[in-house]
Design a protein around this ligand. Sequence first.
Ligand SMILES: Cc1cc2nc3c(=O)[nH]c(=O)nc-3n(C[C@H](O)[C@H](O)[C@H](O)COP(=O)(O)O)c2cc1C
Length: 427
Amino acid sequence: MLNQPLNLPCGAVVPNRMCKAAMTEGLAHPNGTASAELERLYGIWSDGGSGILLSGNIQVDGDHLERPGNVIVDSALSDDAFAALQRMAAAGTRNGNHLWAQISHAGRQTQKIVNPAPKAPSAVRLRLPQSQFGEPVALTTEEIQSIVERFVGCAVTCKEAGFTGVQFHSAHGYLLSQFLSPLTNQREDEWGGTLENRARALIAIVTQAREALGTNFPISVKLNSADFQKGGFDFDDSLTVAKWLADAGVDLLEISGGTYEQPRLLNLDGVEPIEEQSLARSTLAREAYFVDFAKAMREKLSIPIMVTGGLRRKEVMNHVLETGGADMIGLGRPLCVDADGPNRLLNGEDELARYEDNLSLLPSWLMWLTRFNAVRTINSFATQFWFYEQIASIGRTGATDPTLTVFSATMAQQKAASAWMTARKGR
Ligand SMILES: Cc1cc2nc3c(=O)[nH]c(=O)nc-3n(C[C@H](O)[C@H](O)[C@H](O)COP(=O)(O)O)c2cc1C
């Protein structure tokens, strides 16, 4: 049941089975420092009743942001920036819930305005219409080793600042997920080729982080069940990596899926038709996108599993928990507007709102254009701006605006992103 505590292998206890999934906030100062807006946002989310709050992805390298506005935690963190991180952590844990830092590096999915030549496992460009992404450059071995150190260093700093756990982001096509996929990792050295080599960076990060953080500190990994692309990282690969992660001491494995090219994490269409991989999709999986994968993984692993994507009805969440589908339920988009969603479910409401069902950049009379791949992809991406804007609004004022149009949200977010980058470059 949703209200039951969860004991993690490291000994930490999570007060209930709901986790606010990681959602990028875009609210840091242009130098990457946490802001008062982030403090307000995480305080409000803490009041909302989640057992765990996952932060939006905190970046280990300011040249490889997931987007303008990310928090950056690197070895150059100033005392003021550390104090700001402490304030964010204190606000986000003020109800005795957990707050875990999601730690990431965007690799080739770094936007061009941030870096026109981002580093990646191999020089394989994203296949997206009107790409806002640059031309990737393959990392050297020394650079890979330094990235491993950055992930571990960031985790240690977040622990010192008061975060109660960390999650390494190895899903959704970001750097660690690029390493895992044979489509984006075409290296011929010890970091590419076999699955063991492709997982080397991730496993090194988890192993070294466990050593640095101690045995009783929660470590999580967000892993794709699959990339849903022909020749990519598939479910059998994911299962093998999951076993290695369990052996390396991971406390909670979050199952998601997809990349920017194939955004299955949001159940959106990508650049090529989706091939269902390895598992037939059940009716349940149409609401909870990755639950069949999580269940199959849970049968083979002894560590707790969290499933995120599409879960809205309490009945379905409890069913997933009670039938061995997962140990934790990740909740994303509903909590961008209804920050108190978990408390609502605990206090008797049956479901969370599906805002995503009614969002489109295109007016209804132009929806026929979505039969074209490129238009559909752009339309799908634009709906994300609406959620970004709601999150920003909680941070700025404590309130949201569900009547906002996708068009206005897109304009506001584009403007904010370019102002942030201008301020960052002008520092
Ligand atoms: C606004 C927004 C920002 C997101 N940012 C992140 C992120 O920083 N890290 C991450 O792992 N996933 C991110 N995601 C994906 C969510 O964590 C989650 O996997 C996805 O929204 C599916 O869950 P849902 O159907 O409950 O929304 C984001 C999703 C949204 C809507």
